[in-house]
Design a protein around this ligand. Structure first.
Ligand SMILES: Cc1cc2nc3c(=O)[nH]c(=O)nc-3n(C[C@H](O)[C@H](O)[C@H](O)COP(=O)(O)O)c2cc1C
Length: 317
């Protein structure tokens, strides 16, 4: 069984991935957040910064992800990624944000199977990299996902990651395991499960229901509880060690952002995002997190975090 860290825009950037691997482990493959394709004349090196080999991307198993519906733009971006050494590229047809979907990108392409077909016709004639796809059950309804899976079946893909929600759900409600099962059964490609694995019990339940599935992608669950992947792998970290490990991880993430961001505002905004996920098992009632949301200076921030991660505090399983 293999575990994949889902791409989470703004969070799972190169330094985060590296520190996650160093402090927690349990993850076999890291998907980088999407890069939006554009005309080749507008490609700049900064778009690929997160994937530069010097950020350790070649030691970890990192898969880049592209989002877009223009095959010629996708080809140019893919050429750059292959030149950088990447052997697999993931096509995002799952993003639910209206800014993306209204342009028929992300899950917005799912109601248009002919567009998916002509895109893949152009991409799959001579791609010198493995192509995988990350999708949802549909944009609005399952029928869209069914039509998309039937098209994907006709191309030489290396796997399809399915997040068991429709795009219009965004992250609301729950995953629909019956609909996931239907697409899983229809797919000729290897299917990777994604969605709502927050606890070991969630994983056990899903793995038992889909015994043929071998790869599981974890997003929010792995960020909220970074000890979860190693627990799933059978190497649980004792509860009494978790706060001190989280402190070391936080300090390393914070030191990185402090070194690259100028001004307290940007730094604290980044760390507020960090705590959206990481406070769940440390500060479930939100006592410290509310203070972090209100703070403006790095000195105030550091003081609140040090109280929150004091050794007398406990990790709430
Ligand atoms: C803030 C945020 C940013 C995300 N960014 C991406 C992204 O760049 N690419 C992508 O394929 N999915 C992205 N996702 C979706 C996740 O990768 C994942 O599919 C989704 O969260 C469901 O898995 P989970 O329930 O394990 O979190 C994002 C999700 C969130 C909440």
């Amino acid at each position: 069984m293999s575990l994949i860290l889902a791409p989470i825009q703004g969070m799972t950037i190169a330094h985060y991935r590296n520190l996650y691997a160093e402090y927690f482990g349990g993850i076999d493959t890291y998907y980088a957040p999407f890069i939006a394709t554009r005309e080749s004349s507008k490609i700049s090196a900064s778009l690929f910064k997160d994937l530069l080999p010097e950020f350790n991307n070649t030691n970890l198993n990192v898969i880049p992800q592209l989002i877009g519906n223009n095959s010629s733009d996708f080809r140019s971006f893919a050429t750059t990624l292959v030149t950088m050494g990447y052997k697999e590229i993931n096509w995002n047809i799952g993003c639910p944000y209206p800014m993306i979907t209204k342009k028929k990108k992300g899950s917005g392409i799912l109601p248009y199977p002919d567009m998916i077909k002509s895109f893949l016709d152009d991409i799959c004639i001579d791609n010198n990299y493995a192509l995988t796809v990350k999708m949802r059950l549909g944009l609005n309804l399952l029928d869209e996902g069914i039509a998309a899976i039937r098209i994907l079946n006709d191309y030489p893909l290396n796997g399809v990651i399915i997040h068991g929600r429709v795009g219009t759900q965004k992250y609301e409600g729950t995953v629909n395991l019956d609909s996931f099962e239907l697409l899983n059964d229809l797919s000729k490609h290897e299917v990777i499960y994604n969605g709502d694995i927050f606890t070991l019990a969630d994983y056990t339940k899903i793995a038992a229901r889909f015994p043929a599935i071998n790869k599981f992608m974890l997003g929010r669950g792995a960020l909220r509880d970074p000890f979860l992947p190693s627990a799933i792998k059978g190497n649980p970290v004792p509860t009494h060690l978790k706060i001190s490990k989280m402190k070391a991880f936080h300090d390393a993430v914070y030191a990185h952002y402090k070194s690259i961001l100028s001004g307290d505002r940007h730094l604290i905004d980044r760390m507020k995002e960090f705590w959206v996920y990481n406070s769940v098992h440390i500060d479930p009632v939100g006592k410290y997190t509310r203070e972090i949301k209100k703070c403006h200076t790095h000195a105030a921030y550091e003081q609140i975090v040090s109280q929150m991660l004091d050794s007398s505090n406990t990790w709430k399983e």
